[in-house]
Design a protein around this ligand. Structure first.
Ligand code: NAD
Ligand code: DAU
Length: 351
């Protein structure tokens, strides 16, 4: 097989990264997909057992903040393209340990940019650095309006500030050095393999174990939810068709208030677990709010839809059903990731 492209995916053992790696390994047998991941608490090679022996797939354990290691990795492999997902990704953790977010999300991104630049600066032709970002960089919306690619950055949490900073550096490398980048900013993802610190998998796990469902504040916060496999398809689309120097917003056209989403989840869980109607809802407990909690995120995804032809394929009810089924059928995955350090995180966060 003639190798057409060497692609480095960072953070490929994480939630979204593992779906991207699988899609690329299967869809592009003539690409060599290198998955670089430090395997933090959020990285899990169990997410990729079905493709780990594919001839076009390689796993590299390594840290994007290790500058000499990253520099050498690029010198040895000379990757044609990078899809950069590695990050500290959980807002609550960024509130307790902001520096870890600066280190990975800002410094780590800088180190990758420098390595990519020094590899190709003689000619960036046919090269591409694709930076995966979040809608949280835009800050919060009021009760109306949508984030467009022109909305100014106004991050409110250490996580979103670190992602905003990394976006700025990527753009600055484009302007200053001509580095060929593309960025996408996506809304909240859900689906299989998401670590149970985020709302949906945390609540699924708690319902299974009849534990309280800690809704922050009054629950009247709104997020725009996208099924993770649709995000992976969007990333494939932007990677191949996105215009260099452009940003694309990706969203589900699917806004939910947390409390309404949690009630829908409870209903579906009761049905699937054959529990009495209302028994999961009885677990809802309103707890102290998240500091700096953004009221509402909602994405205008018309640019990627109209210019690149992508739109979500899965309805929320369908995607949520598939997600619940996956967690119920993969209880060993869930118990593996919730043993050990997860317990001390949970105690610290929720008491
Ligand atoms: P995740 O936390 O599930 O996975 C992150 C991965 O990065 C893990 O495998 C982890 O081991 C790896 N990693 C962390 N630090 C590293 C380091 N220093 N070196 C190498 N690898 C490291 O995150 P996710 O939810 O899959 O998010 C992936 C990307 O998408 C992030 O950049 C995030 O900001 C962005 N994003 C996430 C969402 C969402 O809803 N989850 C939405 C929009 C954008
Ligand atoms: O918008 C994209 C972002 O979505 C990504 O960039 C982040 O990586 C990802 O973590 C996610 O951020 P959120 O903070 O929106 O996701 P989270 O699942 O933590 O919370 C979703 C909503 O649910 C939010 O309003 C806070 C609330 N929540 C969350 C948890 C964990 C609760 O009410 N209780 C909880 O225990």
């Amino acid at each position: 097989m003639n190798i057409k492209k060497k692609v480095l995916v960072t953070g490929g053992a994480g939630f979204i990264g593992s779906h991207v790696v699988r899609l690329f390994v299967r869809k592009y047998p003539d690409y060599e997909i290198h998955n670089l991941d430090a395997l933090t608490y959020a990285g899990n090679l169990e997410n990729l057992t079905d493709i780990e022996n594919e001839p076009n797939y390689r796993f590299i354990k390594g840290d994007i903040t290790d500058q000499p290691f990253i520099q050498e990795l690029f010198e040895v492999h000379r990757f044609d393209a990078v899809i950069h997902l590695a990050a500290e990704s959980h807002v609550d953790r960024s509130i307790t340990d902001p520096l870890a977010f600066v280190k990975t999300n800002v410094i780590g991104t800088m180190i990758l940019l420098n390595a990519f630049k020094s590899c190709w600066e003689d000619s960036f032709e046919k090269k591409r650095f694709y930076h995966i970002s979040t809608d949280e960089v835009y800050g919060t919306l009021g009760h109306t309006g949508l984030f467009t690619e022109k909305t100014s950055y106004n991050p409110n949490s250490p996580y979103s500030a670190s992602k905003a900073s990394s976006d700025h550096f990527v753009r600055a490398y484009g302007e200053t050095y001509g580095l060929p980048y593309v960025i996408s900013n996506c809304s909240n993802n859900y689906g299989q393999n998401q670590f149970p610190e985020k709302l949906i998998p945390l609540f699924i796990n708690n319902i299974i174990h009849n534990k309280p469902l800690p809704v922050y504040g009054d629950g009247n916060y709104t997020r725009d939810w996208l099924y993770v496999k649709d995000h992976a398809i969007a990333i494939d689309t932007v990677f191949h068709k996105g215009v260099i120097g452009e940003t694309y917003n990706i969203g589900g056209f699917n806004e939910w208030k947390n409390i309404d989403l949690v009630k829908l989840l409870c209903q579906q869980m009761d049905e699937k677990l054959n529990r009495e109607k209302g028994s999961s809802e009885a677990l809802i407990t309103f707890v102290k709010d998240r500091p700096g909690h953004d009221l509402r995120y909602a994405i205008d995804a018309s640019k990627i839809k109209n210019e690149l032809g992508w739109k979500p394929s899965v309805t929320f009810e369908e995607g949520l059903g598939k997600t619940i089924d996956w967690y119920l059928n993969n209880e060993s995955w869930l118990s593996n990731v919730t043993s050990g350090t997860y317990k001390s995180y949970y105690k610290k966060q929720y008491g």
